[in-house]
Design a protein around this ligand. Structure first.
Ligand SMILES: NC(=O)C1=CN([C@@H]2O[C@H](COP(=O)(O)OP(=O)(O)OC[C@H]3O[C@@H](n4cnc5c(N)ncnc54)[C@H](OP(=O)(O)O)[C@@H]3O)[C@@H](O)[C@H]2O)C=CC1
Ligand SMILES: O=C(CO)COP(=O)(O)O
Length: 341
């Protein structure tokens, strides 16, 4: 890979735009592709993503390209930042377009809807044999875009690629770490979205700070148990991609998943809550996939299951709370820290 690799970011929403701007500011030759040519043209003219990141001035060096083939031609790295439900189709579109040497990275958080497959599994199936990495961690797009201090992490089976990509992201106000546990990093980023809804619901119902802390901690326990069953490393789950992002999204009102929970807890209907947020809310699909993976591994994850039931309208937030509080009394760790019960 050249000294100054050429980067193409796919997805011109809040996170794709923030990451593209960050890399361009770092001196990385960066192109941003989005599916809305009109919005891209407006971004180029105004140097601002008026819909997703208003008030953030984008760097002059950032390039915009509406044609997908042109956008990825000659790229050393393609970084995919579309919602997870659009991820597989994005990969399919890339198959005939990518140069042989282009590496793949992604910053979406979720699973393939309907199968519970991880995004790295989709990459391995559809674009095999390339360096591949996930960028994740506690990072609200708006804060990264405005230069507030943040920390992210880049995980890949290819250590050199993880470090290379982390180096491109690393900036005076952004610490980019690296690691080798793609599954663990992806699981934390996906599952925290579901758990953010749980704490949002509790806060929306005014259940108090004890409830919030209890849900975060027992939610972390669910993430650890599912993660370990799937083969994740526990240290990844208690790192930036797991605990870090869990704390951020369970407590920070910039989180769209938390805001969905807040609205549900206040009695707002789910369709209206999603309409008000007006951006991607990954938990809605992810809750089903967490349930699918838990069932496959014989795990009981009551908080995640409760969120799924509320999202499907099977129980009200009040009924979900009652069910959680009525569970049998038991030891905190019946089978050790990473036990299954
Ligand atoms: N925002 C954040 O702070 C962070 C987000 N993420 C993750 O990044 C991913 C992207 O989210 P984010 O940028 O926040 O979402 P936004 O809601 O801000 O933007 C979504 C973007 O994806 C585009 N899009 C939607 N469907 C498709 C599709 N089928 N093909 C191509 N593009 C599509 C939208 O285009 P259009 O405008 O035309 O609808 C829009 O540009 C999610 O998985 C999210 O969890 C991760 C870390 C931080
Ligand atoms: O993943 C995020 C921050 O790390 C963004 O969270 P939300 O999708 O809940 O807004």
């Amino acid at each position: 890979m050249p000294d100054k690799p050429k980067l193409t970011v796919l997805g011109a929403g809040s996170w794709g735009t923030a990451l593209a701007a960050l890399c361009a500011r770092n001196g990385v030759p960066t192109r941003l592709w989005g599916r809305d040519a009109g919005a891209l043209a407006q971004m180029a003219a105004q140097r601002c993503n008026a819909r997703y990141l208003p008030d953030v001035a984008l760097p002059e060096t950032l390039q915009y390209e509406a044609n997908l083939g042109t956008a990825v031609r000659g790229a050393d790295i393609v970084l995919i930042v579309v919602p997870s439900h659009a991820f597989a189709a994005m990969l399919d579109a890339l198959v005939p377009l990518l140069d042989a040497g282009t590496a793949i990275a992604w910053a979406a958080k979720g699973f393939e809807p309907g199968t519970g497959r991880f995004l790295h599994e989709l990459v391995a199936e559809k674009l095999p044999g390339r360096p591949a990495a996930v960028v994740t961690g506690p990072s609200f797009a708006k804060e990264v875009a405005t230069g507030l201090p943040s920390a992210v992490t880049v995980h890949s089976d290819d250590d050199a690629f993880a470090q290379r990509l982390a180096g491109l992201l690393h900036a005076p106000n952004l610490r980019a770490y690296s690691g080798g546990d793609v599954l663990g990093a992806e699981l934390g980023g996906a599952m925290k979205n579901v758990l953010a809804v749980a704490t949002g619901i509790a806060d929306g119902m005014n259940l108090g700070l004890n409830a919030r802390a209890g849900l975060i901690t027992r939610g972390m326990n669910e993430m650890l148990r599912l993660g370990v069953a799937l083969g994740a490393r526990p240290e990844t789950l208690i790192g930036l991609s797991g605990l870090g992002d869990l704390v951020l999204t369970c407590t920070g009102d910039l989180s769209r998943n938390r805001r969905l929970g807040l609205a549900l807890g206040q009695g707002v209907a789910i369709d209206e809550a999603v309409r008000r947020i007006g951006q991607v809310v990954e938990s809605i699909l992810t809750a089903d996939e967490v349930a699918r993976l838990a069932a496959k591994h014989g795990l009981d994850l009551p908080i995640s299951a409760g969120v799924r039931a509320v999202l499907h309208g099977e129980v009200t937030p009040a009924e979900g709370l009652k069910a959680l509080m009525a569970r049998e009394q038991k030891p905190e760790y019946p089978h050790g820290l990473f036990g299954r019960d």
